[in-house]
Design a protein around this ligand. Structure first.
Ligand code: XMP
Length: 514
């Protein structure tokens, strides 16, 4: 049976992936495409509905992102959000101009007319606004459904043609009834049944992989991170011992992490795959010896990783498939899906495909968002501590140690980080803080311990909250928790006599500490 889907057309706004996620929360599958995508292609995907996102431009400006009038004439329901709403009006003959008052933030929207889009939504509802243009006159055939104090057209509809325009952002959580509004669109207006569920996704994917691979062989580079772990388990369930996983321990993992990965994927674990752990710690430390420049460290770690993997791949010989843990944001951000092309090239170890002799790449998680990957992981029975693992950079602790990286410094930062994580979990904060870790400054200073003078390192504690990892704020951790972490680190980790808490946001800082 064909998977029913809604298409999100991306005009470059900052919340576009969120739109798709919210739709999927309504159990409706959806995909993001750039506004430049050919209309014929969109039509051929037979979407049940189309959502036009926000965007940074003025729709009446020359060269602004636009769409064809035909988009609204295909008989497919369309919902325009913010820029998408303005564009719908502009293209269909309404008027959009600079608003006398710019609206930004939480705003009360008054629903003045009954509409299927607002079914069960309060008459006065708080919504997130962010716009400097506004719709001053709706297009012919549209009626105004809602307004705010400063915005005469906060929502408009042409019910007969199934066209809906809303000025605010239902995808942002500050819009209190946003999910309900999106749900009304995809379920009631588009008529989607809402059968997109993780258990059936997992089941179908396993069957598809099995079908595709047949008697073939697959190879997977396992990092221990969430994405590669979930991809590997899905593959293992599908093809068992036809899968080989290579796990390179570069000696820059968190404390006990290498062993934890082995416990799950190794021969005493629950899966019947071929697991190869390469203990390459010494090799990496040797290459990193004397190197202090952060970019150079990243490069060395990345290149060495590929060398080690290549040696293993050669031993294994040709395979049919190379498994990669690519997830949907990677697809969108690499410019293949949507419009907001933020390319984070440094973020993942590239170069793997070149060093393996294979026929095809399999990316079992290519259509999933991060939270969906986690749900899939739980469905697959992967332990929670792996599924809810924090983002951890490919170059590992190599980019959480300032200055030269060596075994001694790795031990210090591993021990300090383990204590920090333990205390954060004990305080019940582990699921609420976006990302947190200990890092090692290269600073040594004088202290006293007992009656002795010390000259030891300072550890930096980092904790941030972030929505998209592009910007971040330092998290407020209760003072007592920080005190406990500080005193445990100084008492238990040899070589440390000071602990700092890093208050810097991003920008101007970065999340990592390198
Ligand atoms: P920054 O430090 O750039 O980090 O503010 C943003 C997010 O990306 C993660 N990060 C990486 N992830 N490989 C990765 O897979 C990398 O090389 C890398 N560098 C940074 C970082 O942990 C944060 O979540």
């Amino acid at each position: 049976m064909e998977q029913e889907k809604v298409i999100v057309i991306d005009f470059g706004g900052q919340y576009n992936q969120l739109v798709a996620r919210r739709v999927r929360e309504c159990n409706v599958y959806c995909e993001i495409y750039s506004y430049k995508t050919d209309l014929g292609q969109i039509r051929s995907m037979r979407p049940k509905g189309i959502i036009l996102t926000g965007g940074p431009n003025s729709c009446y400006a020359e060269g602004a992102a636009t769409c064809e009038k035909e988009l609204f004439e295909m008989g497919i329901p369309v919902l325009g959000l913010c820029y998408g709403a303005q564009l719908m009006m502009h293209v269909l003959g309404g008027k959009v101009e600079k608003a006398p008052v710019r609206e930004y933030g939480k705003t009360e929207v008054k629903v003045e007319q009954d509409s299927p889009l607002f079914a069960d939504v309060s008459q006065n509802t708080i919504c997130w606004m962010s716009h400097f243009d506004y719709i001053s006159r709706p297009a012919p055939g549209f009626s105004v459904v809602a307004h705010t104090t400063d915005c005469p057209v906060a929502a408009a509809e042409n019910r007969e043609k199934n066209l809906y325009a809303i000025q605010f952002h239902p995808e942002v959580l500050h819009t209190l009834e946003g999910t309900k509004i999106l749900g009304n669109f995809v379920r009631t207006i588009c008529g989607c049944g809402g059968s997109w569920r993780m258990d059936s996704f997992v089941e179908n994917s396993i069957a598809e992989i099995r079908n595709k691979v047949g008697n073939g062989k697959a190879l997977c580079a396992l990092s221990g991170g969430v994405d590669s772990s979930v991809a590997a388990v899905m593959m293992a369930k599908a093809i068992g011992s036809q899968l080989t996983c290579v796990f390179v321990d570069h000696g820059l993992l968190r404390k006990r992490e290498g062993d934890e990965v082995e416990e799950v994927f190794g021969e005493n674990g629950p899966y019947q795959l071929n697991f190869i752990r390469v203990n390459a710690q010494e090799r990496f430390y040797r290459k990193l010896s004397g190197v202090t420049e952060p970019e150079q460290k990243r490069k060395i770690i990345g290149e060495e990783f590929i060398r080690v993997f290549e040696e293993e791949a050669k031993k294994i010989g040709a395979v049919d498939y190379l498994v990669q843990g690519t997830i949907y944001p990677d697809v969108v951000e690499s410019g293949l899906g949507g419009e907001s092309a933020v390319i984070k090239s440094h973020h993942n170890v590239g170069g793997l495909p070149e060093c393996v002799d294979f026929k095809e790449i399999i990316e079992p998680l290519r259509s999933l968002f991060k939270d969906e990957v986690r749900k899939a992981g739980l469905e697959l029975g992967i332990p929670e501590h792996l599924v809810f693992r924090q983002p951890f950079p490919g170059p590992g602790l190599g980019i959480r140690i300032i200055g030269e990286v060596n075994a001694e410094k790795v031990r210090i930062v591993q021990d300090a980080d383990a204590i920090y994580r333990e205390e954060i979990a004990k305080a019940g904060l582990d699921r609420t803080i976006g990302q947190y870790f200990a890092a090692l400054t290269n600073m040594r200073s004088v202290g006293v311990m007992g009656d002795e003078r010390t000259y030891d390192y300072a550890v930096a504690l980092r904790a941030v909250n972030t929505v998209d990892f592009m910007t971040a704020e330092s998290a407020e951790i209760p003072w007592e928790v920080l005190q406990t972490v500080m005193s445990r680190i100084i008492n238990e980790v040899r070589g440390v006599n000071r602990v700092f808490y890093d208050l810097t946001s991003k920008p101007p800082g970065t999340i990592e500490f390198e």
